[in-house]
Design a protein. Structure first.
Lengths: 345, 345
DNA sequence: GTGAAAGCGCTAACAA
DNA sequence: TTGTTAGCGCTTTCAC
């Protein structure tokens, strides 16, 4: 029962003995149209199996109802959850989604942006790659007034919006928590300091040390690419440090987990000898023994709010021209950092 | 520096004093065109900032270079990894991706398919929802010769392709492994038996029991929706069973993990009292203590091969008209099932 | 090897 | 409230 012939508004118009433009209007709640004609049009269109041709419509209207998404990696729980939130909102609002991965590479990010631009996305949702050094590649978009919303890994950029948490405060809280538990040689494992998420957490870490009279020691800072292997490597470094550190604040859960695994393999007791705090509150944090203290990052909300903001901007380019939305995070204390005996306030 | 005026092939043509059709040809390696004219065209087009308008092109050519993806949920490691594989291949081949989630619901799946159909995707990649009861909603696609590739949760469907692993064999191996470890009251936790993945694994489980002279006991089969809570619930049921089971084969890692957590909370020793085998080899399986024995599922390959198959079909509708590709899986033995003392072969 | 011209299906300005 | 008409930018057939 193949029917390769497309039904167009002309066919519907002919069947009803009216004009194509009336059909077009009837199909989309145009104000100047009689209720009955509209009802007829919709009925007949449905009966004939009419399906609107978006290209023609797009070609006329110069927009695509499509939103582009560029993320560093798709296969992390955090990112997948963000995307799930985005997808929910966009699909509710009739937008399609084109998703692409920069694979943490600036170069690939540039090409993603360019591809999406060429696909004429109406707007863009972006979390920056690990090593992106400038934002020049966004100019093609901005020059054409295509709105860009950054989330998580954001950047200052004229006319863009950002959705984040207060990473500085989160870093401060995580570190303070370790200090409260009696730690005073706290290692920080972080990522590229050009990314706000890492630099802000690092700043929070330093400030918390300072506020508690602990001297900052650059040797205790390990900058890496924050994948699982990085946690293992960091643990190995830590094992060699003299005197041995007694706390770790790391910028994601997977490094925390792989560090714990490696440390325990070497016979280190967590949290008594080394207390550990991660970041993101991924499911894995509730599985590892001891359960991981971490910062709860509202991934789904980030996705939903980013998408909502972008769509608002698209629907009403005047509206909602904020620059940044900061969502709430929360320190989740679990066994990896709670020392019963020591210095507990 | 806003330039809202689009550069078209007409502008390029005018600048070069040639016709638009020649420009169109020059821009895409048309055979009948002089090398030099082509070079000129490309140079000038670039200089003028020409960007092809895909709608116009699509409108003419009747295809979109877009592939639709429908998955039950995005935020699982497995699915995110599949999508990562898909995205790699599609972007290499110049296809965009529209991703949508059925949220494990048949109803939502129907609406996803319809939305994607309306967006005129060239082809579709689908993993079925938990409770999808028939494939009627795919007819609109099939009637228009829009190819559909199923992966993971597949279904028999005329003219569709499927990418899977041998779930029957995997279930057989997992169960046999437990039997080798001395288990003979093995619980199976599975999902909706209308989904191939769950029914095949279940068949494998039963066959392995039969081949080892163990009587099948329906009471040891727990059918659930396979989320984390399901593992906890299953563990609670298991704790009440008399005599107590000594092995669990469950169809995913998250139920395995939550079951282990619950069992250990009740003081059950894993693997000595109850040995556990999961499915998927998610990262969490290497973190939980004891490490989880599981079936390695080549998620990224599934994604890559699904996408490649679809694109081949799209490029050459004659070619590669296989019905099923079966990828290799592998049993990964870890501590959650290895009993040193007992019956070890 | 290049050009002219028609038309993909839709929308919107304008006319009625 | 409805109809007429002129494109949106591209591809492609046909003619040269």
């Amino acid at each position: 029962m193949k029917s390769n012939k497309e039904v167009t508004i002309y066919d519907v118009a002919k069947a009803l003995n009216i004009s194509p433009s009336t059909v077009s209007r009837g199909l989309k709640d145009h104000p100047h149209i009689r209720k009955e004609t509209k009802k007829n049009i919709i009925a007949v269109a449905k009966e004939m199996g009419y399906q609107q041709n978006k290209f023609a419509s797009n070609l006329r209207q110069k927009h695509t109802n499509t939103i582009g998404v560029v993320v560093p990696k798709l296969n992390s729980y955090f990112m997948a959850t963000v995307i799930a939130g985005v997808e929910k909102i966009t699909s509710q609002n009739g937008y399609g989604l084109i998703i692409s991965q920069s694979q943490e590479s600036w170069k690939k990010e540039i090409s993603c942006i360019s591809t999406l631009f060429n696909s004429r996305v109406d707007g863009l949702l972006v979390s920056l790659a690990f090593d992106t050094k400038n934002l020049d590649h966004f100019n093609i978009l901005l020059n054409k007034d295509i709105p860009v919303v950054f989330f998580d890994r954001v950047a200052d950029c004229n006319g863009c919006m950002s959705i984040v948490i207060d990473n500085y405060k989160a870093g401060y809280e995580a570190t303070s928590h370790l200090i409260e538990q009696g730690c005073n040689r706290i290692v920080h494992i972080g990522g590229n300091l050009m990314r706000n998420v890492y630099s802000d957490r690092f700043r929070g870490y330093k400030q918390a040390l300072a506020d508690n009279g602990i001297e900052f020691d650059q040797h205790l800072v390990i900058i890496s690419d924050m994948n699982g292997q990085a946690g293992t490597d960091a643990a190995k470094k830590i094992l060699k440090m003299v005197p041995r550190p007694d706390g770790i604040f790391t910028s994601n859960d997977s490094t925390a987990v792989s560090a714990i695994v490696e440390l325990e393999r070497a016979g280190v007791k967590i949290p008594d000898e080394i207390a550990v705090v991660g970041f993101n509150n991924e499911p894995i944090s509730k599985v590892i023994k001891p359960n991981l203290t971490t910062i709860d990052y509202p991934a789904r909300e980030i996705g939903e709010i980013s998408a909502t903001s972008l769509i608002n901007k698209l629907k009403n380019s005047q509206s909602a021209n904020f620059s940044t939305i900061i969502l709430k995070h929360k320190l989740i204390s679990r066994q990896s950092s709670i020392r019963n005996g020591k210095n507990k306030n």
